[in-house]
Design a protein around this ligand. Structure first.
Ligand code: PLP
Length: 480
């Protein structure tokens, strides 16, 4: 039997979703009952406990009845009366925005999505989480739910959270901001969409780095901006490659360039600020994971060097906590507060007050700091395990672009072109190892194949085992 697991979250939850889809499509339960748990576990290569947990959930939601052992009978309304879903023919786009959306963004091919069922994955979109964080967050949420007023939240964000963000930025990122300059947003993604609306008219030009975070480019393109991707060298964005006339917006990741890992030099930071002043343009500073550094002191954020109010500074809790929280912050440039508030109000009135209150309390009572310290230690260990393992097992076969920051590194495969890189990824998948190419983040794909290797989501032991599998695949493909 065939079910489509989506690779998101725990296996039992994936299986529950997949079984529901199959039930609604009439693809399951021909005999009025679900397959036996042992049989399904065998068919899908899952543990029986995973299948039992999924069946239990379906039972709790009323999709099936019966007890374990006596068969799980499909609840009648689901089976005969729900018509199989037939794919709807897509209508033509109804607006210029919809047209651009279809042209520039494709949900189906989003890079970095985990492949379901893999034993090891060097995923880079998943941060370090631990059970202590999960239970602390559950406590904070329960407490916040009890005292948060039920009316609409402030559009700009809860004052307590904006205070906590300012305190954090001053201590850890060298950014001096006042709570009235801070806007709480639903992650970097919303910060980008708001900035596009506030700063750019349709047809105006913006620059992203090459390589770049594809979501950044796509948000700008969907907004209707003309986007150029400008090369990054060992010091950061090549200012001498910026288009002429000057773009109205330049988007950068100076603390840890995504995905190449380059840290923008101080000289380049100052030159970029000078460029923005001379050409009257805006800088979007995406500081997504600059919190984590492994030896050197962090360089001052662009925003902290900005004397002319040209920088929109954006941080996110997706990496320091977890991305499902959907909270981040934007330090608005002087003079544009009203426009940013209007844009946020138009989007959603304001972010969820319960989550904001829980986070503000977590930051104020020291839980966040404790988590950061623990995370920094765990990440340093995991990073060392990965670096040491790669050096030991593969030595010269790789060129590691190490920036001593963030949660991933880039491994260039010295002997592989793009086709060989793709073959390696397929071979690794056969062995239960998910690898992620850097190529999708380039508009001008380099000849050499490279991999983005995240180290936050596996334990040291898992990383060591995954490196062994990786090295065996590299040798198997004649790349080491
Ligand atoms: C460059 C970059 N910026 C920002 C983010 C986080 O986005 P968000 O805050 O919307 O979760 C990511 C996530 O992978 C990223 O790679």
């Amino acid at each position: 039997m065939h079910v489509n697991m989506d690779g998101q979250g725990p296996l039992h939850a994936q299986l529950t979703r997949a079984l529901k889809v199959a039930l609604f499509a009439g693809r399951l339960g021909g005999a009025g009952r679900l397959p036996a748990t042992r049989q399904l576990a065998r068919d899908l290569g899952l543990s029986r406990n995973t299948v039992l947990a999924a069946y239990e959930q379906l039972r709790a939601e009323g999709f099936v009845r019966g007890r374990v052992g006596s068969g799980s009978f499909i609840t009648p309304p689901v089976r005969p009366e729900v018509p199989a879903t037939t794919p709807q023919a897509e209508r033509p786009p109804q607006s210029a925005f919809a047209r651009r959306g279809r042209r520039y963004h494709d949900h189906a091919t989003m890079a970095g999505r985990p492949t379901p069922g893999m034993r090891y994955a060097f995923s880079y979109g998943v941060p370090y989480t631990n059970p202590a964080l999960t239970s602390a967050w559950a406590r904070e949420l329960a407490r916040a739910a009890a005292y948060t007023a039920p009316n609409y939240p402030m559009t700009q964000g809860l004052p307590a959270l904006r205070d906590a963000v300012c305190d954090y930025l001053a201590r850890r990122r060298g950014v001096q901001a006042l709570p009235e300059d801070v806007l709480i947003v639903a992650g970097t993604q919303q910060a980008m969409a708001l900035s596009a609306r506030v700063l750019l008219d349709v047809g105006e030009s913006a620059v992203v780095e090459e390589p770049h975070y594809t979501a950044m480019r796509e948000v700008l393109q969907m907004h209707g901006a003309q986007v150029d991707a400008v090369d990054v060298d060992a010091q950061g964005l090549r200012l001498d490659h910026l288009p002429s006339p000057a773009p109205k917006l330049v988007c950068v990741t100076p603390s840890h360039q995504f995905p190449s890992g380059v840290v923008m030099s101080l000289e380049r930071r100052l030159a970029l600020l000078d460029y923005a002043r001379r050409h009257d343009c805006w800088i979007f500073e995406d500081d997504y994971d600059g919190e984590f550094r492994y030896d050197a002191q962090p360089l001052a954020a662009l925003r902290s060097l900005d004397r002319d109010g040209r920088v929109v500074y954006v941080g996110t809790f997706s990496k320091v906590l977890f991305p499902s929280m959907r909270l981040g912050y934007l330090v608005m440039p002087p003079g544009l507060q009203r426009d940013y508030l209007n844009a946020k109000w138009q989007d959603d009135f304001g972010s969820s007050a319960i989550e904001q209150a829980a986070l503000a309390n977590f930051m104020a009572d020291g839980g966040f700091e404790r988590h950061l310290r623990r995370t920094a230690r765990a990440l340093a260990e995991r990073r060392s395990a990965l670096m040491d393992g790669l050096a030991r097992e593969l030595g010269d076969a790789l060129h590691i672009a190490d920036s001593r920051a963030g949660m991933h590194l880039v491994a260039w495969l010295r002997k592989a072109d793009q086709a060989q890189g793709r073959a390696l990824i397929l071979a690794a998948r056969e062995k239960g190892l998910d690898l992620y190419p850097i190529a999708p983040y380039y508009q001008r794909v380099p000849a050499q194949a490279g991999l983005l290797m995240g180290f936050a989501s596996m334990s040291v032991a898992e990383i060591e085992q995954a490196v062994q599998v990786f090295a065996a695949c590299m040798r198997g493909q004649g790349l080491a």
